[in-house]
Design a protein around this ligand. Sequence first.
Ligand code: SAH
Length: 345
Amino acid sequence: MKDLVDHLRDCHELTPEQYRALLTMRNRQDVDYLMQQAREVSQQHFGKGIYVRGLIELSNACRNNCLYCGIRRSNRHVARYTLSREQVLACCQQGYELGFRTFVLQGGEWGEEQSQWIAQLIGEIRQRWSDCAITLSLGEHPRETYALWREAGADRYLLRHETHNQRHYSLLHPAEMSHAHRLQCLEWLKELGYQVGTGIMVGSPFQTIGNIVEDIEFLVDFKPHMIGIGPFIPQHDTPLGRFPAGSVDLTARLYAILRLALPHALIPSTTAMATLATDGRLRGILAGANVVMPNLSPTDTRKQYALYDNKASLGAESSQGLKDLAAELATIGYHINWSRGDAPR
Ligand code: SAH
């Protein structure tokens, strides 16, 4: 197993069987070795500084109906909100004063009639905080909309592919959504010059180890600048709300494999990790993740942005908790890196 880890570290690619072996190995020492190598590679490229991104949850209104997601269109139990321009700018102001130099605007998916409004908002953020990166995570849109937002000043886009297996994709999404269209969106984003992030949920319903192997192969091939991966967590009002949550251990292991395969990638230790385990965020970092995304949304709307049950948004997951986050990172010898943290490539 150590040879496999060394090979992945040195050549950045393995066969499907070899990925499977790393995902399923049980020997503690082998797992520790994988984690240790991933940490070392991460430190070679990024040191012990962890980038922070201020997450602003723009709206929980959504026209899509993903079967796993708590803000899906058919969920009648969520009170829908959309932040006003003033609220978003106030979040940015607060975030800037706290030291954030990346703002992530995330939300449900609205119709294209809202694109212009978002473009104006992006333009205003770009102008007022010109030294900050603007990341969008607003789902699937036509190429023209992505282009409009890019021209308005957006730098990065997060759109998880969710699974590279078409059949699996169709088990997680309604019939009107397709795996092929998701890939098309990712291609457009790349063409338009965004730094692109993609990824999956670990332990999503019906997922097999074989599916995760396919996802690794896709990521190695697509070479995203950012990789967003977190464990699946059921949301009780969704059709998949009775499935068990994914594993923090397997997610961390996947971070480590992907760190060795894509050494320069920006890999957040995600909120879902922190939600499932009190030390989840640190376990991600010890597996080679190098980004965290504290929540900058107004406190009164956070509860309504319930992608899954018990989603962490307080403590070190919030801007108010930055001191806690720094203290938490210090316990493993890491610190916050306040720079913009663009993708090296
Ligand atoms: N609408 C946008 C952004 C919001 S969802 C989009 O779809 O891209 C952001 C991510 O949250 C999704 O890509 C998905 O992987 C994750 N997510 C949604 N529901 C989840 C759940 N029940 N458990 C874990 N992650 C979830």
